[in-house]
Design a protein around this ligand. Structure first.
Ligand code: FES
Ligand SMILES: [Fe+2]
Length: 322
């Protein structure tokens, strides 16, 4: 267990899977710079199309390899031309070829799925991204625009576990709230009945209840499967912006033969749904959470929230526990 108190700590990062770029941002044979919590990363795609993510700090003299270039299957440091493969191994040291084995860049495991490039911060992943496959397989997928929130993602994720706020903030009363957890994830199977104070747009659509399963993995990924009133899912990744805020990247999944989308021209209707649900779930939250100084004194009813805090404390931090 980590010595660092990870929960809501804006100066620490939990090990886990983070989205670092969209697939379309990283063209074949190119490298781009990205940052996460003030650290620089190089994200590159080799000539054969494989993606690599490494710290943007060359082990020789610290130049950011993200400002270099790609040569074949390696990325080339812009300073003295050392080349690194996707696993971080130095493949060429032009000035002293016999010394190349002494150098390796800090490289990460990469997974490219659902239009996004994910990397695992830390050495050995506790889970693989294919845990989400059974729930989203065979569905149509679209990426949402990225959003920014002014608070730590650890405070945002348990929103769905904070069942008291649903009534107050969203005008939804839970008639079912089945919570379960294992060492990797926390899950809530929820049915909401909409009250008078529910978002107008939901009433306009004649929605009376919502049924969904919320499941969070690690400290920064969650899947929401909505079953009622319409089948759709969101897979959301949160990354810290380096200033205590959060950048969210979401993929939405829709049933392949959704009649509504077929009738109406897919992108427009999907956008409308995005607005509907994102509004319903987040807009009212943001009014509260943009003005929050989160130093909780929990109540017994906050028990699921507390489970999430405990869950975070069991994760390893990076780089301390690397
Ligand atoms: S700093 Fe990268 S090769 Fe010298
Ligand atoms: Fe909420």
């Amino acid at each position: 267990m980590s010595e660092v108190s990870l929960f809501n700590n804006k100066n620490a990062l939990a090990q886990g899977w983070y989205v670092i770029a969209r697939s379309t941002e990283v063209k074949k044979g190119r490298v781009i710079p990205k940052s996460l919590l003030g650290m620089n990363f190089a994200v590159f795609r080799t000539v054969s199309g494989k993606v690599g993510v490494m710290l943007g700090k060359c082990p020789h003299m610290g130049a950011n390899v993200a400002y270099g270039r790609v040569e074949g299957e390696s990325v080339v440091c812009p300073f003295h031309g050392m080349q690194y493969a996707r696993d971080g191994k130095c493949t060429l040291l032009p000035s002293q070829p016999d010394a190349k084995d002494r150098f390796s860049a800090t490289a990460f495991e990469v997974d490219e799925r659902w239009g996004q490039i994910w990397f695992h911060l830390g050495k050995v992943p506790r889970y693989r991204l294919d845990v989400f496959h059974p729930q989203v397989n065979g569905m149509d997928q679209m990426l949402f625009s990225r959003s920014h929130y002014p608070l730590h993602h650890h405070v945002m994720i348990p929103n769905a576990l904070d069942f008291v706020h649903f009534d107050v903030v969203h005008g939804m009363e839970s008639s079912r709230f089945d919570f379960s957890q294992n060492e990797l994830s926390l899950r809530a199977d929820i049915k909401f009945e909409l009250t008078e104070r529910a978002p107008k747009i939901m009433k306009t659509f004649g929605i009376k209840s919502l049924e969904l399963i919320f499941e969070t993995f690690g400290a920064n990924n969650y899947l929401v499967q909505i079953f009622q009133p319409y089948r759709m899912s969101f897979l959301t990744n949160y990354s810290p912006d380096g200033k205590g805020g959060t950048i969210s990247s979401s993929a939405a999944f829709f049933p392949k033969k959704n009649k509504i989308f077929k009738l109406s021209g897919v992108p427009l209707m999907q956008r409308a749904f995005q607005m509907l649900f994102v509004n319903a779930f987040f807009a009212d939250d943001t009014k509260v959470t943009s003005h929050i100084d989160f130093q909780p004194k929990f109540l017994p009813k906050d028990k699921y929230y507390i489970e999430f805090v405990k869950h975070c404390s069991r994760l390893k931090s990076w780089p301390e526990d690397y």
